[in-house]
Design a protein around this ligand. Structure first.
Ligand SMILES: [Fe+2]
Length: 308
């Protein structure tokens, strides 16, 4: 009888947690941060950072919430991959982003889930290390996504660099293709920032240390990444359990500084690189749950460096 009550109580508690986690997965939030990274006389630069939308045609609340972010009037939008979560998601995600593509310059990279369709995965496998790419996952229509966003004026930076203008600043942006599935080729973007730029910006889907170290050594001021989902299921007071890459779990989401390696060519007079990891807005369609880790977008305001 006592055992029966215990099992019954456990099942009720588990169902309550699952119900809450399903609700939290669509409880979208805007997080705001400030970081000093600009020349002394520059006006603040407001960057809207989106990541890991994992869009499906039925995620109407996410579509309308993303569209509403245009009210923020950002100077620049950065999307760090995993736009797609369904073979028919290109049109819905492009439509959700249209209010932003129509008012602000943007840069983006893709993540593994843009290239390949989602599949069910045992969540406990993440404790064994970063997930592997399953060979049977069908390819998604990512070229259509890239075509639509680049036609709207945003820059796709898969192992590529571009000089863009945003908020009255010249920004030297370098991006790598997704390091999680080893599509990154940093050598193609390596080197110090263009001296005429006001800001050097790095973008990547997955924040693997090899990429962060390389960007920091090259003097990149600010790097933005996603992929971790902030841990997706966190313990209150402890935080993320996993990052699904080699980044430490304390930096699974939010703002931090990434130390510049002691390389011969490292610009030691610069402050450490600003790193922002987005906890992302979506989940895999097979695990639409979040706990103590609400889905988020970030408005990151860059301000002048002291004595910059
Ligand atoms: Fe993701």
């Amino acid at each position: 009888m006592a055992l029966g009550k215990f099992i019954g109580g456990t099942l009720v508690a588990g169902a309550a947690v699952a119900t809450y986690a399903r609700w939290e997965a669509s409880s979208y939030r805007l997080r705001r941060h400030e970081a000093a990274a600009l020349p002394e006389d520059a006006d603040p630069l407001r960057i809207l950072h989106l990541s890991d939308l994992h869009m499906t045609p039925r995620r109407h609340r996410l579509q309308s919430w993303v569209a509403s972010l245009a009210e923020l009037r950002p100077d620049l939008v950065v999307v760090t991959g995993d736009f797609l979560g369904h073979v028919d998601a290109v049109d819905p995600v492009v439509a959700a982003l249209e209010p932003l593509t129509s008012i602000a310059p943007g840069v983006f990279v893709l993540g593994s889930n843009d290239y390949y369709a989602p599949r069910a995965i045992n969540p406990f496998s993440y404790f064994a290390g970063p997930s592997d790419l399953h060979p049977d996952r069908p390819e998604l229509p990512w070229p259509d996504l890239v075509g639509a966003l680049t036609s709207a004026g945003w820059a796709h930076l898969p192992n590529a660099r571009a000089m863009i203008e945003a908020g009255g600043l010249r920004i030297d942006v370098r991006g790598v293709d997704d390091p999680h599935i080893e599509r990154d080729d940093y050598a193609l973007v390596a080197g110090s920032a263009d001296s005429s730029a006001d800001l050097s910006l790095g973008v990547a889907h997955a924040p693997y240390l090899r990429i962060l170290d390389a960007m920091a050594a090259d003097g990149v001021d600010v790097t933005l990444a996603g992929h971790t989902h902030g841990g997706q299921v966190c313990l209150p007071g402890y935080g993320a359990l996993v990052t699904n890459c080699d980044l430490d779990r304390r930096r699974a989401r939010g703002l931090s500084r990434h130390e510049r390696p002691l390389a011969e060519f490292a610009p030691h007079d610069q402050p450490d690189m600003v790193l922002h990891v987005s906890g992302g807005l979506g989940t895999s369609p097979y695990a639409p749950l979040r706990f103590a880790c609400p889905p988020e977008a970030t408005l990151l305001t860059l301000t002048p460096k002291a004595g910059g």
